[in-house]
Design a protein around this ligand. Structure first.
Ligand code: NZQ
Ligand code: ZN
Length: 388
């Protein structure tokens, strides 16, 4: 295990009706004037926005609203949010939504207190300062409610990039699993896939002897397989939704990733798919992870055998361990397919001719990807072709 630091200061408020505490939590963490940020309207339709506003009013907090965050959030709304927050002298951001809304809010939080262009932080500038953020989570997926990451796409060039720093970890995250019962099946499945992928980006590591985090990752993935099947069959199942919601947070607040090299190459390849074809982040991962695993598994067959046996319950083939490793990869692919996810680039409208441009865009001003296998444009093209 490598040396590490781990700082995860988010205050989690989990369970039924917890959104009614939004105002009290903003107050607890020092907010006075709030920018409420949300997406395309699901929170209006469900009445969640009204419930949160009522709770802020009960605490006597002032607020302004900015809706309209698209899935895979874009820079133009972040710029708008920065302007609005400055004009209204906002001192706290409250994101009501999923990864896209939270990440857009994190972009605004960075930009408000910075003299330059917020995008600098997505091109490698170190993050040191941001307005405080709170979250009312509506979908279990990105883990952004506990992470220090923000993923935004700049419309100029359509580059989807990440800023990160512990200061971006939300001050609090309100997590009521009931709210996720209104998710369309495609979004539930995308979230399940993303949570699995966050475990796999950490599991396939060159760092040895990380037994405790290996076992935590396995526990999360086993839970996702069980509860994923349960909620896809029974979307109103509270216990299933609750386990998935918490799994999404612990999969990505990095308690499972400390002390080891992590890969993240597949996530960066995925950014190009969601940007180019408009698929969900989880759908892009469902397509690419099997291809990446097939490309790299020979680098560490025993690790992939462990994944097959411990996570997917495959029988060990002592004569031919590679066959067991491949069986595990196939089991993951069959699982995401059974959730209704696409498993080829063609299914989301991609063609062979697009591949060089996808690979080129991924490396634009961003040369380093992957650590289990260091990627370059040629390798990435081969992996995309395996996923065609
Ligand atoms: O916009 P609305 O109308 O709210 O609808 C959303 C959206 O269309 C809908 N939705 C969310 N909660 C709902 C609901 N519909 C009905 N009922 C509910 N309770 O779901 C759609 C998808 O929402 P989105 O926020 O895009 O989903 P997700 O949480 O999967 O976020 C994806 C984004 O997160 C980034 C991804 O790259 C992508 O841009 N990620 C962020 C990470 C981070 N910050 O740590 C890590 C992840 O790896 C990921 O990259
Ligand atoms: Zn992800």
């Amino acid at each position: 295990m490598d040396n590490f630091t781990f700082y995860s200061p988010t205050f989690f408020v989990f369970g039924k009706k917890t959104e009614e505490e939004s105002g009290a939590r903003v107050r607890q963490f020092g907010g006075n004037k709030v920018l409420i940020h949300y997406g395309g309207g699901s929170v209006v339709k469900s009445g969640l926005l009204d419930r949160v506003k009522k709770s802020l009013q009960a605490e006597g907090l002032g607020f302004v609203e900015l809706g309209g965050v698209e899935p895979n959030p874009k820079s133009s709304l972040v710029y708008k949010g920065i302007e609005l927050a400055r004009k209204e002298k906002v001192d706290f951001l409250l994101a009501i939504g999923g990864g896209s809304v939270i990440d857009s809010a994190k972009g605004i939080a960075l930009g408000v207190v910075y003299d330059g262009d917020f995008w600098d932080f997505y091109e490698g500038k170190g993050v040191t300062q941001a307005l405080p953020i709170g979250v009312v989570l509506t979908i279990a997926a990105s883990g952004s409610e506990g992470s220090g990451d923000s993923v935004v796409t700049h419309e100029k060039g359509m580059y989807k990039r990440c800023a990160d720093g512990d200061i971006l970890r939300p001050k609090f995250a309100i997590m009521n699993p009931e709210i996720t019962c209104t998710l369309p099946a495609y979004q539930t499945a995308s979230g399940i896939t993303d949570i699995m992928a966050h475990c796999m980006e950490r599991l396939f590591s060159k760092t040895k002897d990380c037994e405790v985090t290996d076992r935590l990752l396995e526990a999360i993935m086993l839970t996702m397989i069980k509860e994923g099947r349960r909620v896809m069959a029974d979307p109103q199942n509270y216990e299933g939704r609750a386990n998935i919601m918490w799994a999404g947070t612990v999969a990505h607040n990095n308690i499972t990733g400390v002390g080891r090299q992590q890969d993240w190459g597949t996530h960066h390849m995925e950014n190009e798919l969601s940007t180019t074809y408009g698929c969900s982040h989880g759908a892009g991962l469902a397509i690419l992870f099997p291809a990446w695993m097939k490309y790299v598994y020979k680098l560490d067959v025993p690790r992939f055998v462990e994944f097959a046996v411990r996570v997917w319950g495959c029988q060990m083939n002592f004569e031919n361990p590679e066959a067991t490793a491949l069986e595990g990869i196939e089991a993951f692919k069959n699982f995401v397919k059974s959730l209704g996810m696409p498993t080829t680039i063609s299914e989301i409208g991609g063609k062979e001719a697009d591949i060089p441009a996808l690979a080129k865009s991924m490396f634009h001003n961003s040369p380093n990807h992957g650590s289990f296998l260091k990627l370059n444009e040629d390798i990435v093209q081969e992996i995309y072709r395996l996923a065609l």
